[in-house]
Design a protein around this ligand. Structure first.
Ligand SMILES: NC(=O)c1ccc[n+]([C@@H]2O[C@H](COP(=O)([O-])OP(=O)(O)OC[C@H]3O[C@@H](n4cnc5c(N)ncnc54)[C@H](O)[C@@H]3O)[C@@H](O)[C@H]2O)c1
Length: 283
Protein backbone atom coordinates (compact mmCIF):
# COMPACT_ATOMS: atom_id res chain seq x y z
CA UNK A 1 0.00 0.00 0.00
CA UNK A 2 3.01 2.26 0.23
CA UNK A 3 5.03 3.52 -2.71
CA UNK A 4 7.53 0.71 -3.47
CA UNK A 5 11.11 1.95 -3.70
CA UNK A 6 10.35 5.17 -1.80
CA UNK A 7 12.03 6.15 1.47
CA UNK A 8 10.08 6.72 4.68
CA UNK A 9 11.40 8.13 7.95
CA UNK A 10 9.92 6.33 10.97
CA UNK A 11 10.60 8.28 14.16
CA UNK A 12 10.46 6.79 17.66
CA UNK A 13 12.11 3.37 17.57
CA UNK A 14 12.94 2.13 21.05
CA UNK A 15 12.79 -1.65 20.67
CA UNK A 16 10.96 -4.41 18.81
CA UNK A 17 7.78 -3.63 20.78
CA UNK A 18 7.62 -0.04 19.52
CA UNK A 19 4.74 0.88 17.22
CA UNK A 20 7.45 2.48 15.06
CA UNK A 21 9.02 -0.94 14.52
CA UNK A 22 5.70 -2.51 13.45
CA UNK A 23 5.17 0.30 10.94
CA UNK A 24 8.76 0.09 9.66
CA UNK A 25 8.39 -3.67 9.12
CA UNK A 26 5.20 -3.06 7.14
CA UNK A 27 6.92 -0.47 4.94
CA UNK A 28 9.78 -2.86 4.22
CA UNK A 29 7.38 -5.69 3.40
CA UNK A 30 5.67 -3.31 0.95
CA UNK A 31 8.98 -2.67 -0.82
CA UNK A 32 9.80 0.70 0.76
CA UNK A 33 13.04 1.83 2.42
CA UNK A 34 12.97 2.77 6.10
CA UNK A 35 15.13 5.18 8.03
CA UNK A 36 14.28 4.87 11.73
CA UNK A 37 15.09 7.48 14.32
CA UNK A 38 16.26 6.57 17.81
CA UNK A 39 16.24 9.28 20.50
CA UNK A 40 19.89 8.91 21.50
CA UNK A 41 22.82 6.52 21.80
CA UNK A 42 22.13 5.69 25.46
CA UNK A 43 18.58 4.48 24.75
CA UNK A 44 19.83 2.51 21.76
CA UNK A 45 22.34 0.68 23.99
CA UNK A 46 19.76 0.11 26.72
CA UNK A 47 16.83 -1.10 24.64
CA UNK A 48 17.49 -1.70 20.94
CA UNK A 49 20.86 -3.40 21.36
CA UNK A 50 19.53 -5.62 24.15
CA UNK A 51 16.23 -6.45 22.45
CA UNK A 52 16.05 -10.24 22.33
CA UNK A 53 13.12 -10.15 19.93
CA UNK A 54 15.35 -8.79 17.16
CA UNK A 55 17.81 -11.20 15.53
CA UNK A 56 21.38 -9.81 15.44
CA UNK A 57 21.39 -9.82 11.62
CA UNK A 58 18.25 -7.71 11.52
CA UNK A 59 19.60 -5.35 14.19
CA UNK A 60 22.74 -4.65 12.22
CA UNK A 61 20.77 -4.18 8.98
CA UNK A 62 18.50 -1.47 10.46
CA UNK A 63 19.18 1.97 9.06
CA UNK A 64 18.71 4.55 11.77
CA UNK A 65 19.65 8.08 12.75
CA UNK A 66 19.74 9.63 16.21
CA UNK A 67 17.27 12.46 16.74
CA UNK A 68 16.12 14.09 19.95
CA UNK A 69 13.10 16.21 19.02
CA UNK A 70 13.80 18.62 21.89
CA UNK A 71 16.65 19.91 19.71
CA UNK A 72 15.39 21.63 16.54
CA UNK A 73 18.88 21.42 15.04
CA UNK A 74 18.83 17.62 15.30
CA UNK A 75 15.51 17.49 13.43
CA UNK A 76 16.85 19.82 10.71
CA UNK A 77 20.05 17.77 10.34
CA UNK A 78 18.08 14.52 10.22
CA UNK A 79 16.23 15.55 7.07
CA UNK A 80 19.41 16.93 5.50
CA UNK A 81 20.84 13.42 5.81
CA UNK A 82 17.81 11.45 4.59
CA UNK A 83 17.59 12.89 1.09
CA UNK A 84 14.22 12.81 -0.73
CA UNK A 85 11.48 11.02 1.19
CA UNK A 86 7.84 10.08 0.59
CA UNK A 87 6.64 10.13 4.17
CA UNK A 88 7.32 10.46 7.88
CA UNK A 89 5.86 8.63 10.86
CA UNK A 90 5.94 10.55 14.15
CA UNK A 91 5.67 7.86 16.82
CA UNK A 92 7.02 9.85 19.74
CA UNK A 93 5.64 10.92 23.10
CA UNK A 94 6.87 11.49 26.63
CA UNK A 95 5.47 12.82 29.90
CA UNK A 96 7.10 12.27 33.29
CA UNK A 97 4.89 9.53 34.74
CA UNK A 98 5.57 10.68 38.31
CA UNK A 99 4.23 14.18 37.77
CA UNK A 100 2.10 14.23 34.61
CA UNK A 101 0.32 10.87 34.86
CA UNK A 102 -1.13 9.06 37.85
CA UNK A 103 -3.85 9.18 40.43
CA UNK A 104 -4.12 12.98 40.72
CA UNK A 105 -4.61 15.23 37.71
CA UNK A 106 -3.23 18.23 39.62
CA UNK A 107 0.51 18.78 39.54
CA UNK A 108 2.94 21.56 40.41
CA UNK A 109 5.51 20.31 37.89
CA UNK A 110 5.01 22.99 35.25
CA UNK A 111 8.43 22.36 33.70
CA UNK A 112 7.54 18.70 33.21
CA UNK A 113 4.28 19.73 31.55
CA UNK A 114 6.21 22.01 29.17
CA UNK A 115 8.68 19.26 28.30
CA UNK A 116 5.85 16.79 27.68
CA UNK A 117 4.10 19.32 25.43
CA UNK A 118 7.31 20.00 23.51
CA UNK A 119 8.08 16.31 22.89
CA UNK A 120 4.57 14.95 22.41
CA UNK A 121 2.96 17.78 20.49
CA UNK A 122 5.14 20.67 19.30
CA UNK A 123 7.69 18.26 17.83
CA UNK A 124 5.20 17.12 15.19
CA UNK A 125 5.17 20.65 13.79
CA UNK A 126 8.97 20.85 14.00
CA UNK A 127 9.26 17.59 12.08
CA UNK A 128 6.81 18.77 9.41
CA UNK A 129 8.62 22.12 9.09
CA UNK A 130 11.90 20.42 8.21
CA UNK A 131 10.55 17.31 6.45
CA UNK A 132 8.23 18.76 3.82
CA UNK A 133 11.04 20.38 1.84
CA UNK A 134 12.45 16.89 1.29
CA UNK A 135 9.21 15.57 -0.24
CA UNK A 136 9.63 16.76 -3.83
CA UNK A 137 6.57 14.85 -5.07
CA UNK A 138 4.43 15.55 -2.02
CA UNK A 139 4.06 13.02 0.74
CA UNK A 140 2.41 11.95 3.94
CA UNK A 141 3.02 12.56 7.63
CA UNK A 142 1.39 10.24 10.16
CA UNK A 143 1.33 10.85 13.92
CA UNK A 144 0.20 8.52 16.71
CA UNK A 145 -2.51 9.56 19.15
CA UNK A 146 -4.81 8.06 21.78
CA UNK A 147 -8.52 8.83 22.24
CA UNK A 148 -8.44 12.42 23.48
CA UNK A 149 -12.14 13.34 23.51
CA UNK A 150 -12.57 11.44 26.77
CA UNK A 151 -10.79 11.88 30.10
CA UNK A 152 -9.27 8.54 31.13
CA UNK A 153 -8.01 7.91 34.64
CA UNK A 154 -4.21 8.08 35.11
CA UNK A 155 -3.59 9.31 31.50
CA UNK A 156 -4.12 12.90 32.68
CA UNK A 157 -1.73 15.30 30.93
CA UNK A 158 -0.85 12.92 28.12
CA UNK A 159 -4.55 13.11 27.20
CA UNK A 160 -4.18 16.90 27.06
CA UNK A 161 -1.11 16.51 24.82
CA UNK A 162 -2.92 14.13 22.52
CA UNK A 163 -5.81 16.59 22.11
CA UNK A 164 -3.27 19.29 21.24
CA UNK A 165 -1.41 16.93 18.90
CA UNK A 166 -4.64 16.31 17.01
CA UNK A 167 -5.13 20.07 16.66
CA UNK A 168 -1.57 20.33 15.31
CA UNK A 169 -2.46 17.63 12.75
CA UNK A 170 -5.33 19.80 11.49
CA UNK A 171 -3.20 22.95 11.44
CA UNK A 172 -0.44 21.21 9.51
CA UNK A 173 -2.94 19.64 7.09
CA UNK A 174 -4.17 23.13 6.26
CA UNK A 175 -0.66 24.52 5.93
CA UNK A 176 0.77 21.74 3.75
CA UNK A 177 -2.02 21.03 1.28
CA UNK A 178 -0.24 23.42 -1.09
CA UNK A 179 2.84 21.17 -0.90
CA UNK A 180 0.76 18.04 -1.57
CA UNK A 181 1.82 16.87 1.87
CA UNK A 182 -0.95 15.19 3.85
CA UNK A 183 -0.97 15.08 7.65
CA UNK A 184 -3.07 12.60 9.61
CA UNK A 185 -3.00 10.72 12.90
CA UNK A 186 -3.93 7.24 13.98
CA UNK A 187 -5.78 6.96 17.27
CA UNK A 188 -4.77 3.51 18.46
CA UNK A 189 -6.22 1.42 21.25
CA UNK A 190 -3.85 0.42 24.09
CA UNK A 191 -0.79 -1.53 22.91
CA UNK A 192 1.92 -3.08 25.03
CA UNK A 193 5.10 -1.02 24.54
CA UNK A 194 7.67 0.61 26.83
CA UNK A 195 5.79 3.93 26.72
CA UNK A 196 2.55 2.16 27.62
CA UNK A 197 4.18 0.34 30.54
CA UNK A 198 5.22 3.74 31.92
CA UNK A 199 1.56 4.76 32.16
CA UNK A 200 0.46 4.02 35.74
CA UNK A 201 -2.19 1.28 35.72
CA UNK A 202 -1.89 0.66 31.97
CA UNK A 203 -3.60 -2.69 32.66
CA UNK A 204 -6.71 -0.71 33.57
CA UNK A 205 -6.85 0.76 30.06
CA UNK A 206 -6.34 -2.67 28.54
CA UNK A 207 -9.21 -4.04 30.65
CA UNK A 208 -11.39 -1.11 29.68
CA UNK A 209 -10.85 -1.96 26.01
CA UNK A 210 -11.89 -5.53 26.65
CA UNK A 211 -15.14 -4.20 28.10
CA UNK A 212 -15.90 -1.59 25.45
CA UNK A 213 -14.41 -2.61 22.12
CA UNK A 214 -16.99 -4.17 19.77
CA UNK A 215 -14.18 -5.88 17.87
CA UNK A 216 -11.80 -7.96 19.98
CA UNK A 217 -8.74 -5.91 20.88
CA UNK A 218 -5.34 -7.55 21.39
CA UNK A 219 -2.83 -5.24 23.07
CA UNK A 220 0.10 -7.14 21.55
CA UNK A 221 -0.85 -8.45 18.14
CA UNK A 222 -3.04 -5.55 17.01
CA UNK A 223 0.09 -3.44 16.59
CA UNK A 224 0.16 -4.96 13.12
CA UNK A 225 -3.38 -3.68 12.42
CA UNK A 226 -2.33 -0.22 13.56
CA UNK A 227 0.71 -0.46 11.27
CA UNK A 228 -1.52 -1.48 8.35
CA UNK A 229 -3.59 1.68 8.80
CA UNK A 230 -0.37 3.70 8.86
CA UNK A 231 0.68 2.13 5.56
CA UNK A 232 -2.67 3.16 4.07
CA UNK A 233 -2.19 6.75 5.26
CA UNK A 234 1.42 6.81 4.01
CA UNK A 235 0.59 5.46 0.58
CA UNK A 236 -1.24 6.51 -2.57
CA UNK A 237 -4.67 5.07 -1.63
CA UNK A 238 -5.23 7.93 0.83
CA UNK A 239 -4.27 10.76 -1.51
CA UNK A 240 -7.31 12.90 -0.66
CA UNK A 241 -7.27 12.29 3.09
CA UNK A 242 -5.70 14.93 5.27
CA UNK A 243 -6.22 16.43 8.72
CA UNK A 244 -8.00 13.27 9.93
CA UNK A 245 -7.81 11.22 13.08
CA UNK A 246 -8.30 7.60 12.05
CA UNK A 247 -9.38 5.39 14.95
CA UNK A 248 -7.79 1.96 14.92
CA UNK A 249 -9.11 0.88 18.30
CA UNK A 250 -11.58 -1.94 17.68
CA UNK A 251 -14.36 0.66 17.79
CA UNK A 252 -14.09 1.34 21.54
CA UNK A 253 -14.18 5.11 20.96
CA UNK A 254 -17.78 5.08 19.66
CA UNK A 255 -19.26 2.94 22.41
CA UNK A 256 -21.41 4.38 25.21
CA UNK A 257 -21.00 2.35 28.38
CA UNK A 258 -19.69 -1.21 28.48
CA UNK A 259 -20.59 -3.86 25.93
CA UNK A 260 -23.37 -6.10 27.17
CA UNK A 261 -22.69 -9.76 27.51
CA UNK A 262 -24.88 -10.58 24.47
CA UNK A 263 -22.89 -8.08 22.38
CA UNK A 264 -19.58 -9.83 22.93
CA UNK A 265 -18.05 -12.55 20.81
CA UNK A 266 -17.99 -15.89 22.66
CA UNK A 267 -14.17 -15.56 22.89
CA UNK A 268 -14.49 -12.14 24.56
CA UNK A 269 -17.02 -13.64 26.94
CA UNK A 270 -14.63 -16.41 27.89
CA UNK A 271 -11.74 -13.96 28.25
CA UNK A 272 -13.80 -11.69 30.50
CA UNK A 273 -14.47 -14.66 32.73
CA UNK A 274 -10.73 -15.41 32.94
CA UNK A 275 -10.07 -11.74 33.75
CA UNK A 276 -12.69 -11.87 36.51
CA UNK A 277 -15.02 -9.33 34.87
CA UNK A 278 -18.06 -10.92 36.47
CA UNK A 279 -20.07 -7.68 36.51
CA UNK A 280 -19.88 -7.45 32.70
CA UNK A 281 -20.91 -11.04 32.31
CA UNK A 282 -24.04 -10.28 34.31
CA UNK A 283 -24.83 -7.09 32.38
N1 LIG B 1 1.22 2.05 23.25
C1 LIG B 1 -0.01 2.54 23.22
O1 LIG B 1 -0.94 2.02 23.88
C2 LIG B 1 -0.32 3.72 22.36
C3 LIG B 1 -1.65 3.98 22.00
C4 LIG B 1 -1.93 5.10 21.22
C5 LIG B 1 -0.90 5.93 20.84
N2 LIG B 1 0.39 5.65 21.21
C6 LIG B 1 1.44 6.57 20.79
O2 LIG B 1 2.32 5.88 19.93
C7 LIG B 1 3.58 6.58 19.93
C8 LIG B 1 4.72 5.58 20.09
O3 LIG B 1 4.70 5.02 21.39
P1 LIG B 1 4.93 3.46 21.66
O4 LIG B 1 3.73 3.01 22.40
O5 LIG B 1 5.38 2.76 20.45
O6 LIG B 1 6.09 3.46 22.76
P2 LIG B 1 7.70 3.46 22.63
O7 LIG B 1 8.18 3.66 24.02
O8 LIG B 1 8.16 2.26 21.91
O9 LIG B 1 7.98 4.73 21.73
C9 LIG B 1 8.01 6.05 22.24
C10 LIG B 1 9.20 6.70 21.58
O10 LIG B 1 9.24 8.10 21.87
C11 LIG B 1 10.63 8.42 21.90
N3 LIG B 1 10.90 9.73 22.49
C12 LIG B 1 10.57 10.18 23.73
N4 LIG B 1 11.13 11.40 23.93
C13 LIG B 1 11.80 11.72 22.78
C14 LIG B 1 12.58 12.82 22.37
N5 LIG B 1 12.83 13.87 23.17
N6 LIG B 1 13.13 12.80 21.12
C15 LIG B 1 12.93 11.75 20.29
N7 LIG B 1 12.21 10.66 20.63
C16 LIG B 1 11.65 10.65 21.86
C17 LIG B 1 11.22 7.29 22.71
O11 LIG B 1 12.63 7.24 22.62
C18 LIG B 1 10.54 6.10 22.05
O12 LIG B 1 11.30 5.64 20.96
C19 LIG B 1 3.48 7.63 21.02
O13 LIG B 1 3.08 8.87 20.44
C20 LIG B 1 2.35 7.09 21.88
O14 LIG B 1 1.70 8.10 22.65
C21 LIG B 1 0.70 4.56 21.96
Amino acid sequence: MIQPGATYVVMGLLDADSIAYAIGKGIEQGGGHVIYTVQNERLKRLFLDRSEKLPEAEKSALRFEFCDVLEDAQVAQLFERTGPIAGVVHSIAYANPKTCLGSDFHTEATDDLKTAFHISCVSLATVARYAYRHMPDGGSIVAMTFESRLAFPYYNWMGVNKAALEAVVRGLARRHGRDLVRVNAISAGPLTTKAAKAIPHFAYLARLWRKTSPLPWDTINDKTEVANAALFLLGPYSKKITGQIVHVDGGASIIGGDLLSMERMPEQHAEAAVMGDSSELQA
